[in-house]
Design a protein. Structure first.
Length: 451
């Protein structure tokens, strides 16, 4: 209960559970989605794009942690931008974050369906994805401690499985195979290769997308000013190592072109090395599901907290801020997250307006939300340094103002590049954002969110 006697989110999450959330939110990005970047840029072009995106995320996370520890609220970027820029800034950051966390899970759910189709040919990927929503929405409603413990277990299994994958395919790695045709649209690195590299940005971001979701668990973390920075830093290092190994070994174990437009690149890469009948392949399919489930489950949890925070602040209908009387979880917000995701899974003609596979289009929409949120968060950091110098900051961004400035610059450049290469999807994103902001306009002005 808070001072007004209203129910609050319980503080039950420790440091290891927060690391599990940080890595689990993202780890599906190592299993699928990123290989569409090969189709756009080639392996070598995408390698450079991914390195630049990794630099963006390192700069962003080390800076974003200052905001998370200074304002440890479930709204995350919404709360920071609301404090810095008022209702309009809060609305832009909050709805952008919501789009990121609403559109990432359906892409992952479709990948779960694709992985199971390897084991059960002929199964309907969309029905499997819908069933996954039913299971994990229910689990999230039962309680954050149960959900976070489950997240930690499946994340550890997913990390172990990626290490097994790298160990099995490593003997077949050949640099010549990885580098063959490695520059899309060019024979070597040149200006002709640049458009493909820029077009591949959303799929490089998919390697790390949603790690910032740990901020949504800040109100449920024990000693958030100490445990959250550790979760962010250790989680980011874990993900960089895993992403690098998966991309290199998968690309050099055979013909990478066969993996460039599929939702299950790792099973296919392993199949090329060990054969269809190998027990290693079947193990990868089954255990590989843990990586997808970890992110799917974790992002549903983070997305529900974002809906809860927006509703609590008056930016979404008030009932979405209710907590379950027994489990003390935002159950209506969790159900809303599931409803939007299932609608996206079955809306091929609506979502797939970018001329890409459905999964690639959903990934791109999610990345648009993330980049707008990154820009707003870094802008909020700079403004809060000026207008709220008294704010307690247990963690301060290193190399200020240069590191947050680098994060702001890289995120802005990535956003401009994505708009250039995906104008129709950006129009859809901008339309949804505008409608959401206008719908909330009548509830303004709002000065603060609950402490």
């Amino acid at each position: 209960m808070n001072n007004a006697g209203e129910p609050t989110l319980p503080r039950t999450l420790g440091g290891l559970q927060l690391w599990g959330i940080a890595v689990g939110l993202v780890i599906s990005g190592e299993y699928f989605g990123w290989s569409y970047g090969w189709a756009a840029a080639g392996t070598l072009g995408f390698l450079i794009t991914a390195a630049g995106v990794a630099m963006l995320y390192v700069a962003f996370i080390f800076s974003f942690t200052e905001l998370t520890t200074a304002i440890p609220q479930a709204g995350g970027p919404f709360a920071y931008s609301l404090r810095a820029f008022g209702p309009l800034g809060g609305a832009i950051a909050g709805y952008a974050t919501l789009i990121e966390f609403l559109f990432a899970p359906p892409a992952i759910a479709l990948a779960i369906g694709a992985y199971l189709a390897v084991q059960f040919p002929g199964s309907d990927e969309k029905l499997v994805a819908t069933g996954a929503y039913a299971v994990f929405v229910t689990l999230n409603i039962f309680g954050v401690a149960i959900a976070a413990s489950f997240e930690l277990v499946v994340t550890l299994l997913a990390v172990a499985e990626l290490l097994v994958f790298m160990g099995v395919v490593a003997p077949a790695f050949e640099w010549q195979a990885f580098a063959a045709g490695g520059w899309a649209g060019a024979e070597r690195f040149s200006l002709a290769a640049l458009p493909g590299m820029l077009a591949a940005i959303p799929f490089a971001i998919w390697f790390f997308l949603a790690i910032e979701g740990v901020a949504m668990a800040a109100e449920e973390a024990r000693e958030p000013r100490r445990t959250i920075p550790r979760a962010y830093v250790s989680g980011m290092l874990t993900l960089i190592l895993l992403a690098s190994g998966v991309m290199l070994f998968a690309g050099g174990a055979g013909d990478w072109r066969a993996l460039a437009n599929v939702n299950d690149p790792l099973p296919r890469a392993m199949q090329a090395v060990v054969g269809q009948a190998s027990g290693w392949l079947h193990m990868l399919v089954w255990l590989g599901l843990f990586g997808l489930v970890a992110s799917f489950h974790g992002i549903i949890m983070a997305g529900a907290r974002q809906i809860y925070a927006l509703a609590r602040g008056g930016f979404l209908p008030g009932p979405l801020a209710r907590l379950h009387p027994r489990f003390r979880t935002p159950h209506l917000a969790t159900l809303a997250t599931g409803a939007v995701g299932i609608a996206a899974i079955w809306s091929d003609r609506f979502v797939n307006i970018g001329g890409q596979p459905l999964t690639a289009s959903i990934v791109t929409l999610s990345v648009f939300g993330a980049l707008v949120m990154y820009v707003m968060s870094m802008a909020a950091l700079f403004r809060l340094r000026r207008i709220a110098p008294e704010l307690e900051r247990p963690w301060t961004a290193p190399l200020y103002p240069w590191l947050p400035g680098l994060a702001l610059g890289l995120a802005s450049a990535a956003l401009v590049a994505m708009i250039w290469f995906n104008p129709r999807l950006f129009a859809l994103f901008a339309g949804v954002m505008s409608a959401a902001v206008l719908a909330a306009w009548r509830r303004w002005p709002i000065e603060t969110v609950p402490a």
